[in-house]
Write a protein that binds this ligand. Structure first.
Ligand SMILES: Cc1cc2nc3c(=O)[nH]c(=O)nc-3n(C[C@H](O)[C@H](O)[C@H](O)COP(=O)(O)O)c2cc1C
Length: 250
């Protein structure tokens, strides 16, 4: 077995945790600009750069969004809160400017925009962690995407994918053990192996983690949590909302 090789970036990635408690300290404007410019250097589908980010500074808007997200206090408390959007508005203009007609709501176009958005967002999170900041993504905003779109004046072809709270961590980070690499890594052919047995073993790892972490200890397994979360969050308003914004029409 060869020894694992580490870089400074990999060490940072291995130290990741979502941060929901922040010191009462602003983030310097020049640093914020620098983080956002660095995040923009992420790869993007056909160079579309299919995302936008809305910095939410208005306390009333923060309160509304926090409530819509299920009462997530960190949306209000974080020194910075952003809504990160998949955005095809500029692509639509580009098509029209070049006499190629309007964007017609193809599913493929949405997939490319949401891929760009997620990669941009992770680049932002990693840049932030590299200077000691911490954050958490907020998928809870999709509980009420209409409210988010109205509050932030999002036009057609802009989809609020998730929020992002950012600030200086108030507590040390505790990392959560990921699935064993061999469970997610396949070579040449997908090999499902004995999924149930793999998950039973991972449930034990995660149950140990939840029992022994310093805060918010609980009795829970990974499969329980995933099953509960997925079945609770069907958000069956989503397809109508997305079609109303001009996505997933074909
Ligand atoms: C797209 C996305 C949406 C998320 N939404 C929420 C959220 O609404 N509220 C929250 O507290 N955490 C949210 N999280 C954070 C996850 O719960 C967290 O990343 C996961 O439990 C793993 O923990 P870790 O990031 O500390 O390693 C979200 C993460 C992602 C990637």
């Amino acid at each position: 077995m060869t020894a694992e090789k580490y870089s400074a970036v990999m060490a940072l990635q291995r130290a990741h945790c979502s941060v929901r408690k922040y010191r009462d300290e602003p983030i310097d404007e020049a640093l914020l600009t620098s983080l956002l410019k660095s995040a923009q250097c992420a790869a993007s589908t056909s160079f579309n750069q299919g995302y936008s980010i809305v910095r939410v500074t208005d306390p009333d808007a923060r309160e509304k969004i926090a409530a819509a997200a299920g009462g997530q206090q960190w949306v209000i408390d974080a020194p910075e809160f952003f809504v990160i959007c998949a955005d095809l508005l500029r692509s639509d203009h580009a098509c029209r400017m070049n006499n190629l007609g309007e964007i017609e709501g193809y599913t493929e176009h949405f997939i490319s925009a949401i891929s760009d958005t997620a990669i941009f967002a992770q680049n932002l999170a990693l840049a932030a962690e590299s200077v000691g900041l911490g954050g958490v993504f907020i998928g809870g905003i999709r509980n009420d995407p209409r409210l988010i779109a109205d509050t932030l004046a999002l036009p057609r072809l802009v989809f609020p994918a998730f929020g992002f709270c950012l600030g200086w961590p108030a507590e040390p980070c505790e990392t959560k053990p990921r699935l064993p690499l061999e469970v997610i890594l396949h070579v040449d052919r997908y090999d499902a192996g004995d999924i149930d047995e793999q998950l039973r073993r991972y449930d034990e790892t995660i149950a140990d983690y939840y029992r022994s972490r310093s805060e918010n200890r609980k009795q829970s397994t990974w499969t329980e949590q995933v099953a509960g979360a997925l079945q609770k969050k069907t958000r069956d308003h989503m397809l109508d909302f997305m079609r109303g914004q001009g996505f997933l029409l074909k």
